[in-house]
Design a protein around this ligand. Structure first.
Ligand SMILES: C[S@@+](CC[C@H](N)C(=O)[O-])C[C@H]1O[C@@H](n2cnc3c(N)ncnc32)[C@H](O)[C@@H]1O
Length: 302
């Protein structure tokens, strides 16, 4: 665990029973977890597919990968963990000589390690405004808020955050940075909070939540990566293989729904998306906005 991070970060997987029931891992099966995170779902899949099932786990965050490695060490060679963008899942499988799999899982969004980890994902973060899940390159949120034009920022905040106050927020960011670079999540959170008139503050979330979501999506190119992965599913899955996707906002969910609507390729296993029960929402607040959709890949030969 990174130093100074307080008590151990424990990632409780979202919708665990529902995901297992829909993915239905079996002994000897091969499963691809595209969002390994801290290995919560992966552990359940490995347990259920024992004694000889294989799990390929992908994550592009080195801290998450290191923690998952420890958690899954007891499964030995059955757990194959790779640092990569899941958009390159096909290359990952071929690099470890694994063909099409029996099941693919996506659990999108952030892990608790990332949200609370001093990497600028939170408006409580006084140190950083980075927001990259993969720190090997690319622009940070700090680059975007300090360099994009007001129009670019407004479009980003509106489209990726669904924020109606986007123009006002973008103008406030541009005005604030004229006095000096915006350097932390806390600074940005305060600018957004002040920019939005009180009567437009959402009731249940912080006034900056949607802006932070938008920046995170832009920094990590979340939609591009998801679209690439969804379009590669027919090459990743065996005929009859299953795919489960847990998403956390309507824009992601829409992409998944549209993919599964192709009945030549997919047989949906969920009508409406599965959501967490009251008890899980109380025990694991991250599950509140989770939506799980699943489908079975049709045998193109049938
Ligand atoms: C919500 S967490 C997954 C939690 C995991 N299911 C568990 O139970 O511990 C999402 C993870 O996906 C990773 N991730 C997000 N987008 C990714 C991408 N394009 N490629 C690889 N990993 C990605 C993040 O770094 C994060 O660790």
């Amino acid at each position: 665990m990174p130093e100074g991070r307080g008590p151990a970060v424990v990632h409780v997987p979202v919708l665990p029973k529902e995901t297992l029931a829909l993915l239905s891992p079996v002994a000897g099966g091969i499963y691809l977890d595209c969002n390994l995170g801290l290995g919560g779902h992966a552990e359940l899949i490995l347990e259920r597919s024992g004694p000889d099932g294989i799990l390929v786990g992908i994550d592009w965050d080195s801290e998450a990968l290191a923690m998952a490695e420890k958690r899954l060490a007891r499964f030995g060679e059955r757990a194959r963990l790779v640092r990569s963008n899941f958009a390159h899942a096909e290359e990952v499988l071929s690099s470890i000589a694994i063909g099409p799999v029996d099941g693919v899982l996506l659990d999108l969004g952030l892990s608790s390690l990332q949200l609370d980890g001093g990497r600028g994902f939170s408006f409580a973060d006084a140190e950083s405004l980075d927001m990259r899940m993969d720190d090997r390159g690319g622009e940070t949120a700090r680059d975007l808020v300090n360099q994009c034009s007001a129009e670019e920022l407004a479009d980003m905040i509106y489209h990726y955050g669904g924020e109606r106050q986007a123009r006002r927020i973008a103008a406030a960011i541009v005005a604030a940075r004229a006095a000096g670079e915006i350097k932390s999540g806390r600074e940005l959170g305060e600018i957004v909070y002040r920019a939005v008139p009180r009567r437009f503050h959402p009731k249940k979330i912080h006034a900056a939540t949607r802006t932070f979501q938008a920046l995170r999506i832009a920094v990590n190119r979340e939609f591009d990566n998801l679209e690439t992965l969804l379009s590669s599913l027919p090459r990743l899955l065996k005929p009859g293989g299953r795919v489960c996707v847990i998403s956390f906002h309507s824009l992601e969910d829409r992409l998944v729904k549209r993919t599964f609507a192709d009945r030549k390729k997919y047989q949906p296993l969920t009508g409406k998306p599965v959501t967490a029960r009251e008890l899980e929402c109380r025990q694991n607040p991250r599950s509140r906005s989770a939506r799980l959709r699943a489908a079975q890949f049709s045998d193109p030969g049938c």
